[in-house]
Design a protein. Structure first.
Lengths: 330, 333, 330, 333
């Protein structure tokens, strides 16, 4: 996936001289996750820069550069680091268009690595879509592999709004064939059906896409697996259409139960498709604890394909939401 | 005196300042009168919410506008009426914004704390202390990347120098050697707190030492002195010699915001500063130079009064922001 | 309400010398919203301090002071300012207990003014519960008037965890009789039924409590109005019990539709009480726009009692969620 | 050499350092050996994730632990094994934490970046750059409020001086005149970036000028020099004379984190620093002073080797963190 991201950025830089890149160690070192290999060499030090450890400084700089004519692509190494610069994202970047009566635009991209599974401990392993979800003026997308990373990154760079793209860290090393070019750009706000199915819509995002697919492949039920891809805006129509067909919605999330992105989907779908639902929407999530250290525990944190298979089966059998595995500990 | 037509164009208003000292006097008066009027409008109950006026600080705003070009970029604060007017936004547009009217520079959806106009390089003024500093650095980065000779200015208060974004912005501008100017209006208070209780240095310019950055302190009540200082910084920036921190020592005559009676000020302090009012000082200088007569000054003052009366009427006649406007500019197309 | 808050802090400071107060202009000026009148005079400059404009600095200092034996009560003047110090709240304060294997505690309180209605513009008028909701290790409560402010503030100061209390700014000036003393302390995590009713549970929070009450008073339907009071933890039992009785849940929120706190409640209640619900959970919220400036528009932003009355009536009549007023603009 | 019993108690381990120079040598060796061992465990695939070791920086950690008391407070970074060991945490407890085992100082739930022990005043080491600085200021505030003579220390790197929290912490400590010490381990790099590309000053102590704060630069490879410098700062703090910024010039021999091969270093730089290894320098000094023989140094080294072998075995024998532990300490009772 890291190569696809690099390629997406390079393709946009090639076409549009306004696109610039900066972040911590993205230039000379070519990115802590090797998502900018060759960019400095190709596009030179005016367009590809290393920054100090100053997230507020450089995200603020992205806002200013974007408002005055450039299209900065910035990197937040781990999504948690956005916490030291949160104001610039949700209160400055997101509101400047509105605050100028539409006269300024803020075409900037913030890429951030997210997620658990690599043993980084609780301050370097979250997905944290919840920090941004609901912020007017901001777009938010999540990559699930090389193909979606390529398509979403190019779309984000072309968008005239601030766009945050979350990249599951555990997928950087995964390889998937990508067909570079305009045709592979993915419109922000569109979901994708990765597998058709009749019994239940399995809605996934980021790292849970592969979990949902694996679960569906070996299950007794027939699952329609969707990659939501964008959270702001999110594809209400595609999700509701699928739920109307299957009568069931299961959301597989990497985050904790409370406040996860699935609450947004679940509450909207239940409000809009109440009579089409044969059972409550089931959210399969991690427990309400910090991401634990130690690989065995961390793997337990993220819902596994087997667990999803069982939970969905229980939902379909009983038409009620089964208790999560962690109920006994909570 | 300038033509009414020119007065109607923000860019022309801006350009005239650079060439004409009398216009600088006029426009300091304009700022004073508009802000007095804003306070009236609040007092009359025509506006709710809050406002932060800058009576006493007009010289800094006018010097900034005179020393820079409309193609430069300015990031200013919630105490921004003066800078907005100086850079060229028309009085009715500032008053209208404060009143939430469609004639306001952002259609009445932003309010007193958020004034802007891309034509004169004014980004929406920043209501979060310190937030504008890195954003100005970003504008400077744009000039550097495009290799033009533009300059970006961050305007902020003494209190803002205690927040992280200030520090990060200065370091970044220094490391990248950007065409940025950091213009501190040191008015001795951050809200109700005197600088000594919140800030470990008395001279804000000391903070430039942490970034090996050029710095100058200037008498903020002397418009010519501020102008000369900013011009030196602008030259430095345009010629590739990097950023400058400027500290203008100044004072706000009124409280921090509408509800503040400023009872925390030591006795006599206000009076001392009033005795060095930037408008009076500059008027006296122009008279002494022979550029104006005492009578001429009075005429200008009256004329500005009349203009602001009209502007206020124009603003009040404009309809309030509409419901469709609320939805119009959340996302760019 | 501001007097009740002051009294709550003073009562705790009286009883516990570890309680200290700091924030911008809370000491000499006695608080931008007069929520610390007399504290400096009574408790002295060692325990009541003005800070520089350094939210990261002083919230971080609260974390350190709390971990080493004090119980700081801090003030964030407008909730948006937490954006410049977000890391200290959600990544430091919230995780230090967990990260020390339970050996350190972080008994600190962050009070913040929130909400619309006073003409402060879009960067000073939000409620932003969504920023914190779902953060493991953090508690979150919202005052709805003098009485709840008093009870929640004292409970928060006694709590051994970081607690954020949101105070609707428009209520500071409102007066309500408060009976100071231990008996008025409100356990965090408990909701209160303010008005009993048979047809529908109307769940409110902060500034919408009075909206819900007013709506219910003049309505044709019989509403059970609850003040949720705490969001982390939230009173799942009380809400679900009420919904079981009424068969309907309406949530009245001050925030935007997307990502508001009501999504958490709606998705949980629908999962747990699906068969008890006679209609979908209805969320009555503001539209997905920044809080507008200009009093008329701002009043339009916040759901009004009349609007709530109508929407609830429509829900009860049709058993489907009515469209919001802003549907035509969105 | 100290008794095994004493060695088993973190507080005793700490106290011995202050009184016994030989123990300082032993414990520098301990740090080096534990960190080498950590790298082995990763190389063997026994740990996943990342770790940041500090080989070459041991003198700073040991001097800090020697100059302060267990009742003082330290906020350190993700590069914290050295400081944690120096302050008294036992090798099996550090190794166990890195391995995710229950014997780890936080039960295996935190990992390499988060080490702590309230008994010796070590807060959970901070994985967010700059976050620990204001937290240390808070601990100093606690000492000031309770009017005890405790001292709080923030340990951080050169790169961390570019983030806002650093700045806000220093200003706050200065304004409140708190008993705080800001100890910068300037190892010339922040991740892969050499200091010159990210930091507008070469001497970190210059940053103290922005807060009128006392500051000292010291050779970070000379444990006695660092000790004396920190002792002066501790005296200043305990006597109410306020905070100090210390810059210890040092170097990490290895990459930033596990995966970094450190190819960005100019040729010969590592070798120059290896020639001034803090352990070797101090051993040679003790031999020159007659406090130890060459043979005695070898015996200590071998003994430390053996102890770390045992510690590693002990850690590996401890069970991994358990599922109930995940849920045990989310909220305090
Ligand atoms: C991050 C943040 N914290 C606090 C505030 C509230 N606030 C608004 S203006 C102000 C004082 C600023 O003082 P200074 O920088 O000296 O500027 P002045 O108002 O004197 O022009 C404060 C504390 C804010 N807007 N943003
Ligand atoms: C806010 C934040 N930004 C970025 C990082 C990633 N990061 C971890 S260590 C590091 C370099 C820190 O350099 P320095 O402060 O010099 O300390 P050193 O690692 O050299 O000891 C970076 C950028 C982080 N942990 N937190
Ligand atoms: Mg000021
Ligand atoms: Mg370093």
């Amino acid at each position: 996936m890291n190569q696809a991201i690099t390629r997406a950025i390079a393709d946009e830089m090639e076409q549009d001289p306004r696109v610039i890149v900066f972040g911590e160690d993205v230039a000379v070192a070519e990115g802590p996750f090797k998502t900018s290999e060759g960019l400095l060499a190709t596009f030179g030090p005016l367009r590809v820069r290393d920054t100090p450890i100053s997230e507020t400084g450089f995200l603020g700089a992205a806002v200013g550069a974007a408002m005055t004519g450039l299209r900065p692509v910035t990197e937040i190494m781990f999504i948690e680091f956005m916490g030291v610069a949160f104001d610039q994202v949700v209160t400055e970047a997101a509101l400047m268009h509105y605050l100028s009566g539409g006269r300024f635009e803020v075409p900037m991209v913030i890429r951030a690595s997210v997620g658990s599974g690599l043993g980084f401990g609780c301050q370097h392993s979250q997905t944290l879509e919840r920090w941004m979800l609901g912020t007017p003026g901001l777009k938010l997308a999540v990559a699930s592999g090389a193909r979606s990373a390529y398509g979403l990154t190019r779309a984000a760079i072309r968008d005239n709004n601030p766009v945050v793209i979350l990249e599951p860290r555990s997928l950087y090393g995964e390889r998937e064939d990508v067909d570079p070019g305009e045709q592979s750009i993915i419109e922000l706000g569109t979901a994708e059906i990765l597998r058709e199915g009749a019994d239940v819509t399995v809605l996934t995002l980021g790292q849970t896409v592969r979990v949902g697919l694996e679960a569906a492949e070996s299950a007794s039920w027939s699952g329609e697996v969707m990659d939501l891809r964008s959270l702001m805006p999110w594809d209400k129509k595609a999700v509701i259409d699928s739920v109307r067909r299957t009568g069931h919605l299961v959301i597989v999330e990497e985050n904790q139960y409370t406040g996860g992105w699935g609450t947004e989907i679940a509450s909207h779908v239940m409000a809009k498709a109440f009579s089409d639902l044969q059972a409550p929407v089931l959210r399969i999530t991690a427990p309400d604890v910090p991401v634990p250290y130690g690989l065995a525990l961390e793997q337990r944190f993220l819902p596994s394909p087997e667990y999803v298979t069982e939970q969905v089966a229980a939902l379909l059998a009983t038409k009620t939401a089964p208790e999560p595995w962690w109920e006994e500990f909570a | 005196m300038s033509q009414p037509d020119a007065k109607n164009d923000p860019v022309q208003r801006r350009l005239e300042l650079s060439s004409n000292p009398v216009s600088r006097l006029e426009r300091m008066m304009e700022i004073r009168l508009v802000e007095d009027r804003i306070q009236d409008l609040f007092a009359q109950g025509l506006v709710s919410g809050t406002t932060h006026t800058s009576q006493g600080q007009e010289a800094v705003a006018i010097a900034l506008a005179s020393a820079t070009r409309p193609t430069d970029v300015v990031c200013c604060t919630y105490r921004g009426h003066g800078v907005a007017l100086a850079l060229g936004i028309k009085p009715e547009s500032v008053l209208g914004e404060v009143l939430g009217r469609q004639i306001g520079c952002m259609g009445g959806l932003g309010g007193s704390m958020h004034l802007s106009d891309p034509d004169i390089g004014l980004l929406p003024t920043f209501a979060i202390v310190g937030a504008g500093t890195p954003v100005a650095v970003g504008a400077a980065l744009q000039f550097a990347t495009n290799q033009t000779d533009g300059v970006a200015v961050s305007v902020f208060g003494d209190g803002a120098t205690n927040i992280g974004g200030f520090h990060e912005g200065l370091n970044l501008a220094a490391v990248w050697n950007l065409p940025a100017i950091f213009l501190c209006e040191n008015n001795l208070y951050g809200e109700y707190s005197p600088i000594a209780t919140t800030t470990a240095v008395t001279d804000i310019t000391k903070r430039a030492l942490a970034y090996d950055m050029a710095a100058e302190t200037v008498d903020g009540q002397d418009v010519d002195a501020v102008l000369a200082t900013i011009e030196r910084a602008v030259d430095r920036a345009r010629s590739g010699a990097g950023p400058t921190l400027i500290e203008a020592k100044t004072y706000r005559y009124v409280g921090h915001s509408r509800s503040d009676k400023a009872t925390y000020r030591p006795e006599g302090e206000l009076e001392q500063w009033l005795a060095r009012d930037p408008i009076e000082l500059f008027a006296a200088k122009l008279v002494a130079n022979g550029e104006l007569t005492e009578e001429g000054v009075q005429t200008i003052r009256q004329h500005q009064h009349d203009l602001i009366d009209v502007a206020a009427q124009t603003a009040l006649a404009s309809p309030p922001g509409s419901i469709p406007q609320m939805f119009a500019h959340v996302l760019a197309p």
